[in-house]
Design a protein. Structure first.
Length: 399
């Protein structure tokens, strides 16, 4: 996502919440199809951002306008991190075990991740580039984000650093969720505010580091991005506790568009998440409540949900497609007509490859690898095993 990751939020809506008070979501892991649809929007923002920095279009007024519009697209990763914590908490079920949870996460994430890694490395070799042992091992081990070296965290498949963050989140989730659940319901909003304040403080703390470490610390470093994941956990508990104040989806969407528009005018260290983290958290809650109450939404349409389902694979593969096409066709600095044709081709090819990866890698591998996890979960009893009461259910899609 993001990781952009791939939390499965699709499916049927939950029962309607009470109409005469704060929204109170079902506590049974109900599905959130509109959030699935929105996942592709976040992934598409990242795609546009990578196009804007690729150098594919030659400098022109049109290219400049596109770069301005897409320059904040990297915030899509922040959406995925908040969404990940929200959905895993939303779908948490008593009696689940840490081992079963981790197996489901691995089944959802790793097969597609390895396929995308192989395709990326093959594309690099085909265009005369190589991948060192350290870079390859760090990528396959999902630890590349811990190296403050862009040659490592952006090595091989450059977007995969966010999956190293997600792996860190997943490792901690069986411990984090029981701890956060101990917060009294009346203190959840205050706790979320503290978490947001910590996100705002990150660019300030980064000033204390050497200049060459700022970007890595603010944007890449897993413990820093954990703040957004924890915010997602807190916001899910806010909704579940009935303390969501029914903020309309449209008003949050307007707030988010405004925050996105002004993001490029903030210092670089604040662009990655600080400006948009509040609108993202509010939007996820508002859309989740709308889904739980069965309200109509364009993001619940068949095509929107399908695009959301392939968004994880799309995120993993799109940068390699852009780079390989540009290098293979020697298209850097292309004239506008050619550049836009290649952008359309990159988008179409990325969607097609993502659809194939979802259909022939992600879905069958999840079925095969999670069957044992489901048997383990069915045998488990509340309070037994490692880390009872953690994410599962509808979140078997990833985060």
């Amino acid at each position: 996502m993001s990781s952009v990751e791939a939390t499965d939020t699709s499916g049927r809506p939950g029962r309607p919440g009470s109409s005469d008070g704060p929204a109170r979501a079902r506590d049974d892991g109900s599905r959130l199809p509109s959030l699935t649809g929105l996942r592709f929007v976040a992934a598409f923002l990242v795609f546009c951002f990578h196009i804007s920095i690729s150098g594919l279009p030659a400098p022109s007024s049109t290219q400049h306008a596109f770069a301005r519009a897409a320059g904040a697209g990297a915030v899509g990763v922040s959406f995925f991190f908040v969404l990940s914590g929200f959905v895993l908490t939303w779908s948490a079920r008593p009696g689940d075990t840490a081992r079963a949870f981790w197996r489901r996460r691995a089944a959802k994430i790793y097969p597609n991740y390895v396929v995308a890694f192989v395709l990326s490395v093959a594309g690099l070799y085909a265009t005369g580039h190589t991948v060192g042992f350290l870079v390859g091992a760090a990528n396959l081990g999902l630890v590349q984000a811990w190296w403050p070296d862009p040659g490592v965290y952006f090595g091989a498949n450059s977007v995969s650093w966010s999956l190293a963050c997600e792996a860190f989140f997943y490792a901690l989730f069986p411990v984090l969720l029981p701890v956060v659940r101990r917060i009294r319901p009346q203190r959840l909003w205050a706790s979320a505010a503290v978490c947001v304040a910590a996100v705002f403080a990150v660019p300030v703390v980064a000033v204390l580091l050497p200049a060459g470490r700022h970007y890595w610390f603010v944007y890449i470093f897993p413990p820093v991005r954990l703040l957004e994941f924890v915010l997602g956990i807190l916001m899910a508990l806010v909704v579940k506790s009935g303390r969501w104040p029914r903020i309309p989806v449209w008003s949050v969407a307007v707030l988010l568009v405004g925050a996105y528009a002004v993001t490029p005018y903030f210092p670089p260290d604040a662009e990655t998440s600080a400006v948009t983290v509040i609108p993202f958290a509010l939007l996820i809650c508002a859309v989740a409540v709308a889904d739980a109450e069965g309200r109509r939404s364009v993001w619940r349409s068949r095509w929107a949900v399908w695009l959301g389902e392939i968004s994880f694979a799309f995120y993993l593969i799109h940068q390699s497609v852009i780079v390989d096409l540009m290098r293979g066709l020697d298209a850097q600095g292309s004239a506008p007509a050619k550049a836009w044709a290649l952008i359309a081709a990159s988008l179409a090819l990325s969607v097609a490859l993502a659809g194939l990866m979802h259909r022939f890698v992600e879905v069958p591998m999840m079925r095969r690898l999670t069957s044992r996890a489901r048997r383990d979960a069915q045998r488990a009893r509340p309070g037994e095993g490692g880390g009872g009461g953690l994410g599962g259910g509808a979140a078997e899609g990833g985060a």
